[in-house]
Design a protein around this ligand. Sequence first.
Ligand code: G
Ligand code: G
Ligand code: MN
Ligand code: NA
Length: 254
Amino acid sequence: LTLLAELREALEAEDQLVLALQPAVDLTTGAPTGVEALIRWRHPRRGVLKPGDFVRAAEESDLLGAFTLYVIDRALRVAADVAAHGMDVPIAVNLSAHNLLDQHLPNAVAELLRQHGVGPERLVLEITETVVMSDQEIIDEVLAGLRNLGVRIALDDFGTGYSSLAFLARVPVDEVKVDRSFVMRMAESPQAAAIVRFTIGLGQELGLRVVAEGVETAAQRAALENLGCAAAQGYHFFKPMPADKIVAVLSQLT
Ligand code: G
Ligand code: G
Ligand code: MN
Ligand code: NA
């Protein structure tokens, strides 16, 4: 079987495609501000595959829509569980750029929210710039449809070629995630530090939540807090964890 045929089967199976969940925290209070869902494929023969091993293949096939809805469905199960435990923590799902060309996506997301009884404000969709920006009108329509549901949009990997200032100027978003390549080099590189500082200021000016990604050290954490960054995510706080651990971990933070 090809990887794609196997992925088609995995979407029908119960527990091959699973979420790893990584909390983000408020830098001043330590309270959880969100949880990002990262897909993992427990392949019956190839071992555990990460998104880099198979998401590209899905993107180039007709499976992308079903794959994306599968991830959102699993994420909303977690969101419902978190809500049932009285916690107000949204869950974030990574979209592929190609998902923004799918005009059915807003209706499909609305249906999943309804099925799970989860409020739209509990779902964040993380997007990056499309490589092919030819269909801007469709992208704008899909994003407007998602935002009209009340779902939040985050611009992921901000500052890289996949998420530029031009995209931020064109697309209305609620949150910006500073790419980890800048956070990791803050201490050595004045350029990286300036980009992080600039993004935090941009967020304050535009009223966007800013989340720093890839925080691995206490020094990075302190530097971000000094710059007034609201929230952060990274191995310094939590590594991505299995879904059955998340409620207990969030409970200890709140
Ligand atoms: O989890 P990991 O660090 O391996 O993620 C690698 C990349 O895969 C990141 O860019 C992340 O945004 C992306 N990714 C993780 N989960 C998903 C998913 O469910 N769908 C899509 N399209 N990308 C994902
Ligand atoms: O592109 P995106 O921001 O969605 O990428 C998320 C990826 O970053 C996931 O694969 C996750 O495993 C990884 N990640 C999360 N925290 C850290 C960290 O502190 N350091 C590194 N190197 N990677 C991280
Ligand atoms: Mn992400
Ligand atoms: Na990123």
